[in-house]
Design a protein around this ligand. Sequence first.
Ligand SMILES: [Zn+2]
Length: 168
Amino acid sequence: MFFVRSGEQHYCPCCGGALKVIGSRRRGYIKDTGERVVLMIRRLRCEPCKRVHHELPDILVPYKRYCSKSIEAVVTGEKVLSVGADESTISRWKQWFSALATYFLGSLISITARYGKGAAEERSELPGSSLQRIWSYIGDGPGWLARVVRPVVNANYWVQTRSAFLSG
Ligand SMILES: [Zn+2]
């Protein structure tokens, strides 16, 4: 059992209010080796708006049983896979990502614009696949999927599209 304690400051993704720890919840996931791991994830409540959020470690993707690293390897198309997932799970990850790539890209463009980093519209005209365009925002180095997931979750774009996400 591992306890997740991220060092970063937490703010409510809905209203930006301060979050208070109110407890924890078990969250299981499957590592790229196939090993099952249980994490204790903190439950956080926003003082101003009272919504409850859960801490999201970089190794996880919301509603996914496998770690971010495994899903990333499949989406990137790495030849040698050691993800310990069956073929149907792997093909669902590919469908999941291709269904959402444009949405993720739009979220990153919107987040970039919101935080005034500029040039979002020009960059959105770049040629290439959605994945290449996503990489132009967050880089293509290892951990890129976590770098997509975290800002989208933190900007509260994830919850609103929950129905668009396939489980697994
Ligand atoms: Zn709030």
